[in-house]
Each structure stands twice: as structure tokens, then as C-alpha cells.
Ligand binder design. Structure first.
Ligand SMILES: *[C@@H]1O[C@H](CO)[C@@H](O)[C@H](O)[C@H]1NC(C)=O
Ligand SMILES: *[C@@H]1O[C@H](CO)[C@@H](O)[C@H](O)[C@H]1NC(C)=O
Ligand SMILES: *[C@@H]1O[C@H](CO)[C@@H](O)[C@H](O)[C@H]1NC(C)=O
Ligand SMILES: *[C@@H]1O[C@H](CO)[C@@H](O)[C@H](O)[C@H]1NC(C)=O
Ligand SMILES: *[C@@H]1O[C@H](CO)[C@@H](O)[C@H](O)[C@H]1NC(C)=O
Ligand SMILES: *[C@@H]1O[C@H](CO)[C@@H](O)[C@H](O)[C@H]1NC(C)=O
Length: 271
């Protein structure tokens, strides 16, 4: 523009109309280009295509009953977890079955919770919210020794507990492993598994991309997997994530790629 005005100053007034004509022509072309660029971008902006995931692993039916709060009284009527059981380690496998275009995506998971019995009890309490528990199994860590039998698994919704009743008490100082399979809906709560959408643009190619994030604090871990969801119950975690090869899995802790995981050629990563 500076050049242009310089030119205009140096030329005679007869050339002014020519300059004005070209300026107008340029402006018209620029507007036309902008309109077309916007139309083009709009037509390009849609969800990126992702390979369809095979629904290979069907959720197994629960072997025990999960009944909603039957109004019974017991240790599940307390806001804080009893300290009779202490978790040591969680082996967690999470498989988000994510479909960017569908409003509801689900996830499935398995967790092995290794815990120690500090005080004999015949009730196991865990936090669990908005997830469906499909299989519950209790084994004793020491091989060759029997764990009590699970009589009932039910939900006490007042304090978001999953209650597991046993036929006899757990032995003090013994270590047990609780195996639980579960499923849930991604983005069904404000925490836990969240879905966010962003627009990725490379030159004029832009499309919606989705990202699933986890927000476990303060009490959303229970919406992702059954756990002792109180800060004092510290434990170690081995987290495996199963995801499609065209996704990227990131964590704020050290991780290693483990190659192919579950069905549909999914990848498996250990965090
Ligand atoms: C689970 O199912 C198996 C086989 O159907 C049965 O033998 C076992 O008693 C069941 N366990 C529970 C806790 O219901
Ligand atoms: C739980 O333990 C069993 C037996 O060791 C194993 O087969 C299974 O893969 C474990 N699950 C997880 C989630 O690590
Ligand atoms: C656990 O047992 C010890 C000793 O037997 C007892 O002092 C303590 O109060 C018990 N704790 C709970 C939570 O029952
Ligand atoms: C989603 O959350 C609502 C309430 O927050 C609950 O009623 C519903 O059962 C949840 N859906 C699933 C599939 O868990
Ligand atoms: C509880 O179940 C275990 C395992 O099935 C069995 O060995 C034990 O006898 C049962 N105990 C009672 C009190 O029924
Ligand atoms: C991360 O893990 C890899 C493989 O287990 C290991 O070689 C590396 O030293 C670790 N890095 C950190 C910062 O812990």
C-alpha cells in the first residue's frame, strides 16, 4: 500500500482513475477468494475417517447379581471406607471403544486389585459409579489356598459403593486378588473419561479431531474402574491401554509401547 500511494503521488491525475479501477478489481478478487476459501474449508470440515473397530470382545454376563441399593444397613452406610482392607497394586486394562461420530462411546476394562486384609471382614467395599460390573472373582494370593466364596455383589448408591459379600471372613494379613471386569460410557460424567473436540488444520485441510482425556480427581476414578477411591489408599498401578493404531496414546508417566493388543489390530501400551 505504501508503494501504491507513492506511485499515486508521483503520477498525474489522469492515471488516478486507472489505479482506482485496479484497486477495486483487486478488492473484488480478494473478497471472491475469501468466500471460496471459507466455502471450501466448510466443506472440508468434518470428522476424519477412522477405521471401524471390530466388536470382537463381547462383555460376558455377570456370574453374580448386582442389585441396586436394597436399603440394607451395614458398613456401606459410612462415607469413608473401612481400613480393614488395604490395596497394594492395581493391574488395569482399559479399552476405550471410541467412535468420534457417535454421541455415545463405551469402554470396557479389567482390573486385578491386590489387597491385604488388615482386619478380618466378610464384606469388601469398593467405590464404583456409573460403570457396569460384569465379572467379579476373588482369589488368594498365596497359591494353593482358597479364598472365601462370593455370595453377592451389589451396589449401594448412597456413597457409590460396590459391595461384595463373602461366605466367610478374609484372613488377617493375608493377601487377595480381586478380579473385576466392567464397562461404561465415555463422557457420561463431568470427570473420568472426557471427550474433547478440536480442529486440526493443515493448509486448507481441516477436520474435527477428538481426544479422550482422563480426569480422576477428586472422586472420578470410580467412574472409570472400581477402586478404593480415597487418597489415603495409595497403591502402585500397572495400566495397559488398548487403542486403535491410528490413535496416539499419551501419558504423563513413563510408558512403553507393547505392540498389538486386543481385537481389531489394536495397539497396547503400558503406563
Ligand atoms: C459362576 O458360574 C459357574 C458356572 O456356571 C458356577 O459353577 C459358579 O458357582 C458361579 N459362581 C458364582 C459366584 O455364582
Ligand atoms: C489378572 O490376573 C489374571 C491371572 O494372573 C491375568 O490372566 C489377567 O490378565 C490379569 N488382568 C489384568 C487386568 O491384568
Ligand atoms: C483392627 O484390629 C485391631 C487389633 O485387632 C484393632 O485394634 C483395630 O481397631 C481394628 N480396626 C478396625 C478398623 O476394625
Ligand atoms: C449416565 O449417567 C446418568 C446419570 O449421570 C445415569 O443415569 C446413566 O445410567 C449413565 N449411563 C450409563 C450407560 O452408565
Ligand atoms: C465358603 O466357600 C468356600 C469355597 O467355596 C468353602 O470352602 C467354605 O466351606 C465355605 N464356607 C462356609 C462357611 O460355607
Ligand atoms: C522409561 O522407560 C524405559 C523403558 O522401560 C527406560 O529405559 C527409561 O530409562 C525410562 N525413563 C525414565 C525417565 O524413567
Amino acid at each position: 500500500l505504501r508503494k501504491d500511494s507513492g506511485l499515486r503521488k508521483s503520477r498525474s491525475s489522469t492515471n488516478k482513475s486507472t489505479v482506482a479501477f485496479f484497486t477495486l478489481l483487486f478488492a473484488a478478487l480478494f473478497i471472491a477468494f475469501t468466500v471460496f476459501a471459507v466455502l471450501y474449508l466448510r466443506s472440508r470440515t468434518g470428522f476424519c475417517n477412522f477405521a471401524e473397530e471390530e466388536e470382537s470382545d463381547k462383555v460376558k454376563p455377570l456370574n453374580c447379581t448386582v442389585v441396586p441399593t436394597p436399603g440394607r444397613q451395614g458398613i456401606w452406610d459410612h462415607y469413608r471406607l473401612p481400613t480393614s482392607l488395604v490395596p497394594i497394586n492395581y493391574q488395569l486394562v482399559l479399552w476405550p471403544r471410541f467412535h468420534p461420530e457417535s454421541p455415545e462411546s463405551t469402554f470396557t476394562g479389567d482390573v486385578n486389585i491386590t489387597f491385604q486384609c488388615k482386619n478380618a471382614t466378610d464384606v469388601i467395599l469398593l467405590h464404583s459409579e456409573q460403570i457396569e460390573v460384569t465379572v467379579v472373582e476373588l482369589v488368594r494370593f498365596e497359591i494353593g489356598t482358597e479364598a472365601p466364596q462370593i455370595l453377592e455383589v451389589w451396589r449401594s448408591s448412597l456413597y457409590s459403593y460396590l459391595v461384595i459379600n463373602l461366605n466367610e471372613t478374609l484372613t488377617e494379613n493375608s493377601i487377595y486378588v480381586l478380579r473385576i471386569s466392567f464397562s461404561g460410557v465415555i463422557g457420561n460424567s463431568t470427570g473420568g473419561f472426557n471427550v474433547d473436540i478440536y480442529i486440526k488444520t493443515v493448509y486448507f485441510h481441516s477436520c474435527f479431531r477428538s481426544v479422550i482425556t482422563t480426569q480422576m480427581e477428586p472422586t472420578y476414578a470410580r467412574t472409570v474402574f472400581p477402586c478404593f477411591d480415597e487418597p489415603s489408599f495409595k497403591a502402585t498401578f500397572d495400566i495397559h491401554l488398548i487403542y486403535l493404531p491410528n490413535y496416539v496414546a499419551l501419558s504423563n508417566i513413563n510408558n512403553s509401547f507393547l505392540g498389538l493388543g486386543g481385537g481389531g489390530g489394536s495397539h497396547l501400551k503400558l503406563f
